[in-house]
Design a protein around this ligand. Structure first.
Ligand SMILES: C[S@@+](CC[C@H](N)C(=O)[O-])C[C@H]1O[C@@H](n2cnc3c(N)ncnc32)[C@H](O)[C@@H]1O
Length: 696
């Protein structure tokens, strides 16, 4: 650049000199020192199943490398499309069924999620994880609509661009001979990281793993995309035996932790808990704002200095899922002996319509989870789980309120004592061979289906560094591959009873050699035989199902144990739903014809609790029993809708279907201030149109 400035200074034509200086200025602003890459390589993606229209960009289904793109100029009644290649005028006619729609990044897209099925092993109030088959750039656009500023941790393990054809850019594998190799990778990553940044909470952290092939480029790209964040690099020993290569034997890879520079300790150190896996499954809901005042903690307990305890209310108190009707099994008495201030035992849960018995039994006083306003709430745990804690001495009496003649019941937990994490992790648990490749083979019942999955404990420990103390964290992985991040999130939850939820995105890529073979046999993209060989269908989904059920796809229990002793066949009491990223037509959204297609988005955005079924008759509005969102379809039904919301303090998200800005504003004003309210379909369409403008 400096050399260019010298040369420009020597240009005698003043006007030309000024124009050149201005062009250089633009270049300097765009390309910071040291990181120069071509940002304008057009990226495209194939959208299987999207209807072809006049004007659509298409490729032939049998063109594996998408070498030629065409524009559709006419459609005929006999299901033929008249197409012209982008680089010539030679029109030809081909059957519609032989073509696939291609979108350029920057073209507006209107994405949604189509459910492919769910597994629900957790109770209905437990949020569901989402595993999405789709192009991550588009899926990230969708997530920015639903979760901007809400994600606690993004963990990604992108293709490392080793030159060994390990990733595709524009449907083509990139190898050593490609002179634009690094430029393409940076362009690919930059687009996605810019979207990812919008998802993070102010204290949210991005973790990106990488190896020597793109380490330095990635570091500079992160500096560019996250200028106000601190970037830490951790070396993780993933292959202690070492890799055979010239000069050195590499045993590690790197993970960048991109952390907001707020001055706060966001990264959490190791704890004694980190190594112990997992304890027991429980239904806890550790809301951080629920700690009792110090004076509610019995003096005897405060004096116990062998263990540093922290105390939380035994009754659930948040707006979400804390009411009796939401967890009827968690409405039961806890019997206490008042004089020695001792918690003795639990009683049985009672039927939903039965009144609690308040009188003493055998000299013991029953305490019910009823709040100061007399509302029936629920305890944090089921009776069995609470009884186990009582027997361990971890359920204790807190403050006695003389005016109300009531007791607070608390649960004590060992305080999370942490020390700082070091920047080199050398732990046999992080070995990607044993705890990645071999574990995956065991879970899928066959070896070699996926190259280089991470060690589940390396992912678990990376996530734990950010979300250990965030039991309701939202975690995103948009290069999910075999689904290790989902498995690691389940482990963290089982370890401490958290309700973290993960959203995973990965495409259904078919390995190059196999794709070629399938094409030779006449099975093209979009054909069931071709798609069945893709990563999502063959690896990600079956692995996530095996994680939850503890069973392989053939029904056999998975052999072996997690580190810490939890058998793999135990599975997890988690809910997970699988989705395909689909695309809608803007006009049909605008006309209100796509509500059923959009419903899973509303459900996911509101916390993914319960189900997302559309009843045949909604009566003008919808407030599903076990979910946390409401939708008003007919303005004339606003009053009963509002009344229904009054009965449901757990509802957090409200969608109002109206064309009138004024009606929307009036209804918003009449709704409780704690609801997130949005206008359908205006806000959805606006979001994706704006995204297209920003990318174009
Ligand atoms: C390195 S792997 C991640 C492995 C993962 N961490 C694990 O432990 O299994 C990267 C994954 O991202 C997927 N991928 C690459 N480009 C993608 C894109 N544009 N959209 C969605 N997924 C993509 C690849 O198919 C691959 O499965």
């Amino acid at each position: 650049m400096a050399n260019l400035e010298d040369l420009i200074a020597r240009v005698s034509d003043r006007r030309l000199q000024a124009e050149m200086a201005s062009a250089l200025g633009i270049l300097k602003r765009r390309q910071r020192f040291g990181l120069v890459f071509e940002e304008h390589l057009p990226e495209t993606t194939v959208l299987v199943g999207l209807p072809i229209q006049v004007g659509s960009l298409v490729q032939r289904r049998d063109d594996l490398g998408a070498r030629t793109l065409y524009r559709v100029i006419d459609l005929t009644a006999d299901q033929q499309a008249c197409i012209v290649p982008l680089d010539s005028d030679a029109a030809e006619s081909l059957p519609l069924a032989s073509l696939l729609v291609v979108k350029r990044f920057g073209d507006p897209i209107f994405p949604t999620l189509t459910s492919l099925g769910a597994l629900r092993r957790g109770d209905t109030s437990r949020p569901s994880h989402a595993v999405i088959n789709g192009e991550n750039y588009h899926a990230l656009q969708l997530l920015t609509f639903l979760f901007a500023g809400q994600v606690d941790c993004i963990y990604i393990d992108p293709p490392y661009n080793t030159g060994a054809r390990d990733w595709k850019y524009n449907n083509r594998y990139v190898d050593d001979n490609d002179t634009w190799r690094h430029s393409k990778w940076l362009s690919f990553m930059a687009k996605r990281l810019q979207l990812a940044r919008r998802l993070l909470r102010p204290d949210g952290v991005l973790i990106v793993t990488i190896d020597e092939h793109e380490l330095h480029h990635l570091g500079m790209l992160l500096e560019k995309v996250f200028p106000a964040h601190a970037r830490y690099m951790v070396s993780i020993v993933i292959n202690p035996k070492g890799r055979r290569e010239p000069n050195f034997s590499r045993i590690d890879e790197q993970a960048f932790f991109v952390v907001p520079s707020t001055g706060a300790e966001i990264v959490q150190g190791t704890t004694s808990l980190q190594a112990i896996l997992p304890l027991i499954d429980s239904e806890t809901d550790d809301e951080e704002d629920e700690r009792p005042e110090e004076d509610e903690v019995p003096a005897a307990e405060q004096a116990d200095d062998a263990i540093d305890w922290e105390y939380r209310h035994a009754r659930r108190r948040g707006a979400e899922s804390s009411y009796r009707h939401q967890r009827p099994n968690q409405f039961y008495p806890i019997f206490i002996d008042e004089a020695p201030r001792r918690v003795v035992r639990v009683g049985a849960s009672i039927a939903v319509n039965d009144e609690p018995h308040l009188g003493h039994i055998d000299g013991l006083r029953p305490i019910w989870p009823i709040d100061a306003e007399g509302r029936h709430r629920c305890w944090r745990y089921t009776p069995d789980s609470m009884q186990a804690r009582i027997e361990l001495g971890n359920v204790v009496l807190g403050k006695y309120n003389r005016t109300q003649d009531s007791w607070t019941v608390n649960i004590r937990y060992p305080r999370n004592k942490s020390r700082k994490l070091k920047t080199v992790w050398w732990d046999t648990a992080h070995d990607a061979g044993t705890h990645g490749t071999q574990l995956l083979s065991k879970m899928l019942g066959a070896p070699g289906l996926f190259p280089f999955p991470k060690s589940i404990y390396a992912v678990r420990d990376s996530l734990a560094a950010v979300v250990r103390n965030r039991p309701r964290a939202l975690i995103v992985d948009f290069f999910a591959g075999s689904g290790t991040t989902f498995h690691a999130t389940c482990l963290l939850n089982a370890d401490d009873g958290g309700q973290r939820r993960s959203i995973l995105i990965t495409n259904n890529e078919v390995a190059e050699a196999e794709a070629r073979l399938l094409y030779e046999q006449g099975h093209y993209r979009g054909d069931p035989a071709f798609e069945a060989a893709g990563i999502f269908d063959r690896v990600t989904r079956p692995r996530c199902e095996a994680v939850v059920t503890g069973l392989r796809a053939d029904g056999a229990p998975i052999a072996g144990k997690h580190i810490g002793g939890r058998p793999l066949h135990t599975g997890f009491t988690e809910n997970v739903e699988f989705f395909r990223l689909d695309y809608l037509e803007a006009d049909s959204v605008d006309l209100g014809l796509e509500f059923a297609a959009l419903l899973p988005l509303l459900w996911l955005g509101a916390g993914a609790v319960g189900e997302h079924r559309l009843p045949s008759d909604t009566g003008g509005f919808l407030v599903p029993d076990d979910s946390t969102f409401g939708v008003l379809f007919r303005e004339s039904r606003f009053r009963p809708f509002r009344a229904a919301l009054d009965q449901r303090p757990d509802v957090t998200h409200v969608w109002l279907v109206t064309d009138s800005e004024q009606a929307f504003a009036e209804m918003c004003a009449a709704l409780p201030a704690d609801k997130r309210v949005a206008m359908l379909y205006r806000d959805y369409l606006r979001h994706f149109r704006a995204r297209a403008r920003q990318t174009a």
